[in-house]
Design a protein around this ligand. Structure first.
Ligand code: MG
Ligand code: MG
Length: 266
């Protein structure tokens, strides 16, 4: 069932979103060669607790970390570990969730560790761009699949693989709610995009093929061909004025202003 939020509930989700947004800013600034993914988890745990919030992921179906840290060919759900050392040239996807007064925020970024190849920089740029294309395609009165169609259309010319087994989702009093938000498909289908709907959009884009594999730890999802993958996510809602990105510190303004001013791409 799709949960429609009141304005007051969305304010709480904004509060949760800002905790996530600030925490990811701290993490982005902290990433450097030689640190471990457990070090990142420690930074996140402190940031979320200091804000008076609760981590969404810790204990979720038994997940042992505060954040997910997925390095290189790991797509999502990597487990932070003191044995996993970040090296120059790696990319690390960091997924973070926090709860404020029962309401969740959920966002992810992929960050270069030191200097990375232009190929990886481009992969991250396109993955993040596809997420923003998804937001820009979302209109009140539009349809859910308009988002995934825009994500896929953004990635397609680059020839990367768009992961299909894992998708975005409704979010509110639980981290994962209806509806599922795939990162592919035809536009004009599925539920209407209405005020009060809050969604997490999270493209996972692979340098190689789209296929995935689950590691024996039961959590970590990797690319089947071993090539690197990027992941970006934000939680957003729709207002009369356009998309409001609840986990972006500026509400998404800086990225969306020019996207929404441009005429719709054919
Ligand atoms: Mg997430
Ligand atoms: Mg999510």
């Amino acid at each position: 069932m799709i949960q429609i939020k009141t304005a007051a509930e969305i304010e709480l989700m904004r509060a949760a979103g800002l905790v996530v947004g600030h925490t990811l800013e701290l993490l982005k600034a902290a990433v450097e060669p030689g640190m471990t993914t457990q070090d990142l988890d420690d930074v996140a745990a402190r940031s979320i607790r200091d804000a008076g919030a609760v981590p969404s992921f810790l204990g979720y179906h038994g997940f042992p970390g505060t954040i997910c840290t997925s390095v290189n060919d790991e797509i999502v759900h990597g487990i932070p570990s003191p044995r996993k050392v970040l090296r120059e040239g790696d990319i690390v996807s960091i997924d973070c969730g926090a709860i404020v007064e029962g309401y969740h925020g959920d966002a992810a970024v992929t960050v270069p560790v030191g200097r990375v190849t232009p190929e990886l920089t481009e992969l991250m740029r396109v993955c993040e761009g596809s997420m923003w294309a998804g937001f820009a395609a979302a209109r009140l009165g539009g349809r859910l699949s308009d988002i995934g169609a825009a994500v896929e259309r953004h990635v397609w010319p680059h020839g990367y693989g768009v992961v299909e087994e894992y998708v975005g989702h409704g979010i509110g009093t639980e981290m994962h709610q209806d509806p599922q938000v795939p990162n592919y498909g035809r536009p004009g289908r599925g539920p209407r995009l209405v005020q009060g709907l809050v969604l997490a959009v999270e493209p996972m884009v692979n340098l190689g093929g789209r296929h995935t594999r689950l590691l024996d730890d039961g959590w970590t999802v990797v690319t089947r061909d071993g090539r690197p993958s990027a992941h970006f996510e934000h939680t957003f809602t729709l207002t009369e004025a356009g998309p409001w990105v609840l986990t972006a510190l500026d509400g998404g303004k800086s990225r969306l202003t020019h996207l929404l001013a441009a005429p719709a791409a054919g």
